[in-house]
Design a protein around this ligand. Structure first.
Ligand SMILES: [Zn+2]
Length: 304
């Protein structure tokens, strides 16, 4: 089919102009389309690369961080937590010095119908024992401190004093390793009494403490540490396993040693339920025990 040939110059010019404008507009359209697609491409590639970079940052930085934390964290957690803190706590907090189960328990035995008398426990374990006497004074702060810190104490109670408020002592006795023991009915010097008089004091205490606390005492501490051979046999007859004296005492803020100038394993420390043996001096004593690299043991674990 033949294209309609322009007949006149004017017609030819017009048709040339039309073709030119068509070509131009096509060209422009191509340019525009190209431009758009180019800019789109750039934008998309930019966003892609940004995404990739970001992903790569996440992908590389995160594992490195993880690795870093993985390396550091176990170092900081395992080292101090698994090793240092228990030691540090034990070293820094004197109250933590509670002894584990004994490795060498002393079994005491009565001979000839008389209880043995001990003032120190024969053991190589690095333990000392806290014993506390009487029970007339009942300081709530002291009780709270001992119970909160789980300090095992052997309480040699005068049963008349205990009967005035048994709950005070039974709550201290809830601490593992603590026990309530015999310190007579009303604190006489046993040496001045007849056998019958001593029996009344020792057996009477055992009966009352059994009634108050549900447990019969097995250890006797004679008031003032005063006793005679009659005391030893009466104590045996009243069901005691041993008579327990002491090798160190702390009447207030100063610790007195039975021999030498330091605590040694097996020492039995004498305290009293008195304001002078309150929380402040107890903390001081715990500090001394801890500084001597000793722990607090349970007397009834060692003297059976
Ligand atoms: Zn006493």
């Amino acid at each position: 089919m033949s294209e309609s040939k322009p007949r006149t110059r004017a017609q030819r010019r017009r048709s040339r102009q039309i073709r030119l404008s068509i070509t131009t507009s096509i060209f422009l359209a191509v340019v525009v389309v190209l431009g758009i697609s180019l800019s789109n491409g750039k934008a998309s590639s930019a966003s892609d690369s940004a995404g990739v970079v970001r992903d790569r940052e996440v992908a590389t930085a995160a594992p490195e961080q993880d690795k870093g934390e993985g390396k550091d964290k176990p170092r900081t957690t395992s080292t101090p937590k698994a090793v240092s803190p228990p030691d540090a706590e034990g070293a820094m907090d004197p109250q933590v010095g509670i002894a584990p189960e004994p490795t060498s328990a002393t079994s005491v035995s009565a001979e000839g119908g008389m209880v043995p008398v001990i003032s120190r426990v024969n053991t190589r374990d690095r333990v000392v024992f806290l014993t506390i006497d009487d029970g007339y004074a009942k300081d709530p702060a002291f009780k709270a401190y001992v119970v909160a810190n789980k300090i095992p104490m052997t309480m040699f109670l005068v049963s008349n004093a205990a009967a005035a408020k048994p709950s005070y002592f039974s709550s201290i006795a809830t601490v593992k390793g603590s026990s309530i023991q015999n310190h007579t009915v009303n604190h006489p010097n046993l040496k001045t009494l007849s056998a019958a008089g001593q029996r009344k004091q020792i057996c009477g205490n055992a009966t009352t403490e059994k009634r108050l606390f549900g447990k019969t005492p097995t250890l006797l501490r004679p008031p003032y540490g005063a006793y005679n051979q009659t005391t030893r046999s009466v104590a045996y007859q009243c069901g005691m396993n041993a008579m327990v004296l002491w090798s160190a005492s702390m009447p207030s803020s100063k610790l007195y040693y039975g021999s030498g100038s330091k605590l040694v394993p097996g020492d039995i420390i004498l305290l009293h339920f008195r304001p002078t043996n309150g929380v402040k001096n107890m903390k001081k004593l715990l500090g001394i025990i801890n500084a001597a690299n000793l722990q607090i043991g349970s007397l009834t674990d060692y003297v059976k």
